[in-house]
Design a protein around this ligand. Structure first.
Ligand SMILES: [Zn+2]
Length: 114
């Protein structure tokens, strides 16, 4: 089951009100819950450089190209998270590799949304 299907299942099961990809928030969170002032990022492990993750391993070729690029992505994410907090929002980061476990993800989302 791919991650988008899992996220769809979460949406349909628990009918939280949220908006997709609000462009005025830093990092363009995947889900935005305006009433709760909460956002969820669903990060692809490779592009967002999930540290210690099997999926996120750096490509062996073109190392000089990929390493700085992916580290830059990861730094940018950190800045976005900080800015989100400064604006008075809370965030949850879900990694792609975690979304294969639907039950676990659903639990974390529920707990986060309160
Ligand atoms: Zn991962």
């Amino acid at each position: 089951v791919d991650r988008s299907e899992n996220m769809r299942r979460i949406r349909s099961k628990d009918s939280y009100r949220f908006r997709l990809h609000r462009h005025d928030l830093p990092g363009r969170p995947d889900m935005v819950f305006p009433a709760r002032r909460k956002v969820i990022f669903v990060h692809g492990c490779f592009w967002h450089y999930h540290e210690g993750c099997k999926v996120a391993h750096l490509p062996k070729s073109n190392n000089h190209y990929w390493t700085p690029k992916l580290l830059k992505n990861s730094e940018r994410d950190a800045i976005h998270r900080k800015t989100i907090r400064k604006l008075g929002w809370q965030y949850l980061v879900l990694w792609e590799c975690e979304t294969s476990n639907y039950k676990k993800v659903a639990q974390r989302v529920k707990k986060f949304l309160g």
